[in-house]
Design a protein around this ligand. Structure first.
Ligand code: G6P
Ligand code: MG
Length: 215
């Protein structure tokens, strides 16, 4: 019996991928190269520093020191947080609020499990903080997805065993993290990409709480 729902943030509750893309693209352009929206797909669910490494690789840039990389990542994050600052609750993805409320009305616990260090900031802009019993984000984990750490910490904070949790994720690495943690999975996106998820829907407007018990 499902007792808790743990939600990824970027791509599940809100579409921040476009802001990440704009900020990374601006950084790449300053460094003298460009990358496509298709390449950007590979950055979903990937931590800030790991994303930078991938992007530098695409630009054929080698031999940067750690300090230089941190400076570049900070620069990107400054632009990203400027864009986040302008976000409003109108950007919450369709069905999100209703689904989370339905979970809570059904007695399920709710948590966020995200790699983003900007999680609290985003939840605040969306006015969603009060909808979650626990928030585990990039500031409280050391091992990135597909390591299950972020979701296991979420389950622990909720006092629910992993087997009684459903994770909602849009990233392949995120679905793998949930499976590695012994949790049930719902993919948000396309079944061709999220092949390991038990169920895949295009958004939280396409699933009901009752359906969770069939997982
Ligand atoms: C999420 C996003 C990634 C992002 C990561 C870190 O997983 O899907 O694209 O790189 O969070 O975000 P941050 O806000 O800490 O840079
Ligand atoms: Mg995501």
């Amino acid at each position: 019996k499902i007792k808790a729902c743990i939600f990824d943030l970027d791509g599940v509750l809100v579409d921040t991928a476009v802001y990440h893309y704009k900020a990374w693209k601006r950084l790449a352009n300053e460094l003298g190269f460009d990358f496509t929206e298709h390449q950007n797909e590979q950055l979903k669910g990937v931590s800030r520093m790991a994303s930078l490494d991938l992007i530098l690789g695409w630009g054929g840039i080698k031999g940067m020191s750690n300090e230089q990389k941190i400076e570049l990542a900070d620069r990107k994050n400054t632009w990203y947080t400027e864009m986040i600052g302008a976000m409003t609750p109108s950007e919450i993805l369709p069905g999100v609020r209703d689904f989370v409320i339905a979970c809570r009305n059904a007695g399920l616990k709710t948590a966020i499990g995200s790699a983003s260090k900007n999680t609290l900031n985003i939840l605040q802009k969306l006015d969603l903080q009060s909808f979650f019993d626990a928030v585990i984000d990039g500031n409280s984990v050391s091992a990135p997805k597909p390591d299950p750490e972020v979701f296991l910490k979420g389950a622990e904070a909720l006092g629910v065993s992993p087997a009684d949790c459903v994770v909602f994720e849009d990233a392949v690495a995120g679905i793998e993290a949930a499976i590695n943690g012994g949790m049930k999975t719902v993919g948000i996106g396309s079944p061709e990409v999220l092949t390991k998820a038990e169920k895949v829907v295009s958004g939280l407007d396409k699933i009901t709480v009752v359906e969770l018990d069939t997982l």
